[in-house]
Design a protein around this ligand. Sequence first.
Ligand code: GDP
Ligand code: MG
Length: 248
Amino acid sequence: MDSVRSPDWPAAAVGGPGANSAAARYGASAAPPPATGPAVPPPPPYRPPGVGAPAVTRRSATRAPVPVKILIAGGFGVGKTTTVGSISEIAPLTTEAEMTSAGIGVDDPGADSAKTTTTVAMDFGCVTIDRSLKLYLFGTPGQARFGFMWDDLARGALGALVVVDSARLDDCYPAVDFFERAGLPFAVGVNAFDGRLALDLPSIRWALAIGEHVPLVQFDARDRLSVRDALLVVLDRALDRATRDRGA
Ligand SMILES: Nc1nc2c(ncn2[C@@H]2O[C@H](COP(=O)(O)OP(=O)(O)O)[C@@H](O)[C@H]2O)c(=O)[nH]1
Ligand SMILES: [Mg+2]
């Protein structure tokens, strides 16, 4: 699977191999010590930034991206597994099981759905947004009977994308309620099956009874860039919340 990289991700270290030298990273002079003359004291041992050394203001080119946990939630058959699979740069971990006749009348994927499997634990994938940020995506199982797992999956998450099928809005109420109660920032992504919505976005916002502060976007769960844009909206919302909380 292709990896997703933001346009500013360099193909090679900026400035060539020399740019990743110790001198380039720590700002030390690249000039060699004089061969003769008075003895030069050995340089002080390297300390990580912030431990008794002047802070390095520029993010090191070698520092790992900040990991951020995001949940992909929503009702049954709305496109959560598809969303994680479209964008993950690793082969997504899925826990799909064949749907059997025992589920008839219990799990309703919608009249036109070709769905033959269902997520029984979770989906997992990850994507590097840029050199400073890596998202770890956890897709929840959709059915209400798996609700007991949501608390565990939500632990440590920064935000959530609630995926919605505009033709089956009632399936996503439990997810919206859960995140509102948990106080976790979330955005609602309406998966436009075949590019069509059964209702326009303002009607969906009204039907879901979500406030104006909750972002509502249309996206395509099968399209990597569309999923990326929806996730950026979640991040924006999470950042907004974090900034407000810090100011309070
Ligand atoms: N036509 C179309 N099918 C989709 C779209 N998103 C998901 N599907 C299909 O809908 C079914 C349910 O998707 P899935 O990701 O398993 O839903 P989940 O239960 O929320 O994980 C699968 O057969 C998908 O291939 C979409 O945007 N358009
Ligand atoms: Mg699934």
